[in-house]
Design a protein around this ligand. Sequence first.
Ligand code: FMN
Length: 339
Amino acid sequence: MDMLLAHLLDAAGRAPSAHNTQPWLLRPLDVALEVRIQRDRMLPAVDPSGADLLHALGALLENVLLTLAARGLDGSYEVQEGAAPESVVLTIRWRPAEQPAFDPTLYRMIPIRRTSRLPYEPEAIPASTLAELESQATAPCRLRVLTDPSHVDEIRRLATDATVEQMADAPVAAELYRWLRFSRRDPRWYRDGLNASCMAWKRWEALLGRVLLAPLPLRLLSRAGLLRRLAGQVDQQAPRAPAVALLVLRGEGHARRIEAGRCLQRIWLTAAARGLVTHPISAAVDVSTTRPRVYERFGLGPDDRHVNLFRLGRSAPPSRSPRLPADELLALPAPPTIA
Ligand SMILES: Cc1cc2nc3c(=O)[nH]c(=O)nc-3n(C[C@H](O)[C@H](O)[C@H](O)COP(=O)(O)O)c2cc1C
């Protein structure tokens, strides 16, 4: 059990999450793993519906299921609809597989997949690779991809406009500031959140960001109408890419959102297997003024909901983002008290 647990924890801990908050707590049982949400790692301002949190849990679930299959085990899971923070939202169980269904390609990519915020090379992504990515988006999800350079640029501009709007939204900007790590001297640099290295910031950009992105200076910049100067560079917020993709979902509910997170992770792992990197640019769909333009450009119908909008391409190797130590992912029973 301990060897399996170590293996599962490693895979679970590598799952992506918005702002890299890693909002999960895992409780191992005999042949099951319970997953809870950590309230102080939620993002109430930027993710008020909790949809991105469920997508991240779905990515964690996919990593765990791929790992169980690699160990010759059959995973199944149960989602608790409407579970409150700190209570169990997901239970993953396993038993020996009758017909092993191990996907070595996706499994091997769990530690390789990374978000890259760097500029991407302009070479077109082969149609066969795009078709492979699209095939990972099974019902109730669909993947839409734009490769026409003028359409890609339009989405990049919308993402930038949306980021400027988010900077003017004090709770959203303060929440981002809380998860940014500007210097290696900050011990949180190695644990969680978005450090300057993952953000692809130069040293002077990190120094400036630390001062200007703090709530008070940001408010003053906003009042002075200077936010566009600070955050309005398209090549900074959403650098060039040969493609942008939108994962779309039909329906609502915790189970569907978690399913969508599984699809998203399979798509990102498949991209990694083809030497590609991804970069979510969620602002463009999170902000209500830019969302309709994005939906229109991707040709979404009235029942379609966005899961994740991301850049797709090839880049120089990005920095590896930090992760919490394994013991902090675990909710272990309290040690017995000594009378
Ligand atoms: C649901 C979701 C939404 C995300 N949204 C953004 C985003 O808007 N902008 C961004 O730069 N990264 C975004 N990310 C990427 C995370 O910041 C990234 O996964 C995390 O920092 C861990 O890094 P890694 O993907 O390299 O492991 C998102 C990730 C997830 C799972």
